[in-house]
Design a protein around this ligand. Structure first.
Ligand code: ATP
Length: 302
């Protein structure tokens, strides 16, 4: 008997570890695909987060030496502020997120958090300090409770519920016959894109990281869902340093700073009103998106 159960127990552990690793990677797929072999420096210390200020200092990066992707990007995100990255597809927005998470190493310049070069700290401590809300939250084939609790080992029921309330998903969960025990994922209840994202937000609220990296969904959600999600993202951003990769400009009008990237360079930066008054790239993007949204609204009304 012992001979049978021991290998099974061992396999169970391996299975859980593999599943965990796959979900970790899957969760960050959009933002952080293709992991590279990056190792901690010998004797690297843990990151000491004070306020979570982020600084990109003349950051250069290429995936392939023949094709520079970031060409000297400098960005300051003061502790507790929100910076939105906008720009055409392929301009390097997600790459900035991947570099911050140190999934790839910068090829020039430096990224610092509270003054510490991220190459000098342990990756575990760096990644623990950053909460990622990806475009698509991956759910485990398990209960809603498990899916939220995954944000932090040992979270209490009260903490899970508080996170769900902050993410505006609690009322929905309570409307299900089995509440937090409802099985979700491929083999359970299929949640909508907006519900999944709110489970992801609850998970991140529970993790309670000082820094947030939000990869906004490109696909349009219905107006009410969009509003609910914006409300929960805003609640989550309170008191944290936030970098948002934005596709729809209407969601970032309140950002402390909007950074416009084009072909790996910062071409404009400022607040929404300042950039509109500047009548440059951002103002053009805004005019185009507003026209598209009006057209869509017109079509929907027909
Ligand atoms: P989108 O708005 O479409 O998500 P983005 O601004 O986030 O675009 P990135 O994903 O940062 O753009 O990509 C910047 C450039 O780097 C693109 O030209 C892309 O083709 C290239 N790129 C991205 N990932 C890789 C990779 N793993 N290997 C090689 N090139 C890559």
């Amino acid at each position: 008997m012992i001979q049978i159960t021991m290998p099974l127990g061992f396999l169970g552990t391996v299975y859980r570890e593999i599943r965990q690793a796959l979900v970790d990677m899957g969760e960050m797929f959009d933002l952080l695909h293709q992991p590279a072999e990056i190792e901690d420096k010998p004797g690297a210390n843990a990151l000491k987060v004070q306020g979570g200020a982020i600084s990109f200092d003349k950051v250069e990066f290429h995936y392939d030496p023949s094709r520079p992707i970031l060409k000297g990007v400098s960005l300051e995100v003061p502790a507790g502020q929100t910076v939105a990255l906008v720009g055409p597809s392929g301009s390097g927005k997600s790459t900035i997120g991947r570099l911050m998470f140190r999934f790839y190493e910068v090829t020039g310049g430096a990224i610092r958090i509270d003054g510490q070069d991220i190459r000098d700290v342990t990756q575990d401590s760096l990644q623990a300090a950053i909460g990622v809300v990806p475009q698509d939250t991956v759910l485990f084939n398990d209960t809603i409770r498990y899916n939220i609790a995954y944000g932090r080992d040992g979270a209490s029921e009260a903490e899970i519920i508080a996170a769900a309330k902050a993410a505006k998903i609690h009322d929905f969960v309570m409307s299900l016959p089995e509440g937090y025990n409802t099985a979700v994922g491929e083999r359970g209840l299929k949640l909508s894109g907006g519900e999944k994202q709110r489970v992801g937000i609850a998970r991140t609220i529970l993790k309670n990281p000082p820094i947030l990296l939000l990869d906004e969904a490109t696909s349009a959600l219905d107006t009410q869902t969009e509003r609910d999600i914006q409300t929960s993202l805003k609640a989550m951003g309170e008191g944290r340093t936030v970098i948002t990769i934005a596709h729809r400009l209407s969601t970032i009008v309140d950002a402390d700073c909007i950074v416009v990237l084009e072909k790996g360079e910062v071409v404009e930066r400022g607040r929404h009103e300042e950039l509109l008054a500047h009548k440059g790239r951002y103002a053009q993007m805004w005019a185009r998106q507003s026209a598209e949204e009006e057209e869509e609204a017109g079509e929907a009304a027909e």
